[in-house]
Write a protein of this length. Structure first.
Length: 319
């Protein structure tokens, strides 16, 4: 296949994929931003925010320096409103598992969730592993079952921090080491910028607005488009700044409570992201009794849903 036909084939693959919400290319060269929503099927809110951003950018291609691609993740789980089918899709992005998924026919894959990843890789691999010198930024949008402030999970790398610092959203370092197999791992292994943005409580308008505001600021901070060209940018910027000013800017991972099968884990009611806790505070119960905090810090992502095996996280301030 010659180069021209190869590019055309890849373009058709992206255009025809049900996973692609939209693909807008600017008239000028610049970064490629890939925004993923619905990696978990009960987290559809971010898809609306991505569609909104695509609608905003569609008439602005002449002003854009780069490319914006909207992607939806686990389509089959989204239709059911479930976090996943049989496997957590956001724990499968390990190099060895991805290699097996690529080499295995769809009908022989171990789960529907792996089949979803196989289809995603068909459109993501040509972009993530392209030889383009332009920067690639991957934002994986999520929501959570509890309440409280939004935050970003990111490797502690200079360029990641530089890009994200303009959002002023709390940055969580180190959790990616405790959450093996997330999409961040796939993007980071390829040498690009990847992070997760936890925007708010499942299914809420606030989570959608947070996601949209964050996307607008990312478009500007990455250099893809000028803030002056984005309708409502100042309003959404002020909105987001007002939402995050009460929270710490940088924290690091301390602890994750892992739920094992038949633990009967129940988080105590009322905990929110960034609630301050002390060592010994009662946080949850399971079949073996009380679960108390093993350190001072802030509670993060307390689990208030049936699916999932991360009961809660503890983080603390850092420089």
């Amino acid at each position: 296949m010659n180069t021209a036909s190869g590019i055309e084939a890849k373009s058709d693959l992206i255009k025809n994929s049900p996973h692609i919400l939209g693909d807008i290319r600017g008239a000028n060269s610049g970064p490629t931003i890939i925004a993923m929503g619905g990696m978990h099927g009960n987290e559809a809110t971010s898809i609306s925010a991505i569609r909104h951003a695509l609608e905003l950018l569609a008439p602005l291609q002449e002003e854009m320096k780069g490319r914006f691609i909207g992607v939806q993740g686990n389509i089959s789980a989204l239709k059911k409103g479930m976090r996943f089918n049989t496997e957590d899709m956001n724990r499968l992005w390990v190099a060895s598992i991805l290699d097996k998924i690529r080499r295995t026919s769809t009908e022989n894959l171990a789960s529907i969730d792996r089949a979803e990843i196989k289809e995603l890789l068909k459109v993501l691999d040509p972009i993530v592993y392209s030889e383009s010198a332009e920067e690639i930024i991957f934002i994986d949008l999520h929501t959570f079952s509890g309440k409280g402030g939004m935050f970003c999970i990111t490797p502690r790398k200079e360029r990641n921090i530089e890009v994200l610092s303009q959002l002023k959203i709390p940055l969580i370092f180190g959790i990616e080491q405790a959450l093996q197999g997330t999409s961040m791992e796939y993007v980071d292994d390829a040498g690009h910028i990847g992070f997760a943005f936890e925007t708010g409580t499942h299914g809420t308008k606030i989570a959608e607005d947070n996601a949209y505001a964050g996307l607008l600021i990312l478009l500007v901070s990455s250099g893809l488009i000028s803030a002056k060209k984005l309708q409502g940018f100042d309003q959404y910027y002020d909105y987001l700044m007002g939402k995050v000013e009460q929270y710490p800017h940088k924290v690091e991972y301390v602890y994750k409570h892992i739920i094992e099968e038949e633990d009967n884990f129940v988080m105590l009611a009322g905990f929110k992201n960034f609630d301050s806790i002390k060592k010994g505070d009662l946080l949850a119960n399971d079949r073996n009794g009380e679960i108390r905090s093993l350190s001072d810090g802030y509670v993060l992502m307390p689990l208030y849903q049936k699916q999932g095996n991360d009961g809660f996280f503890i983080v603390r301030d850092c420089e």
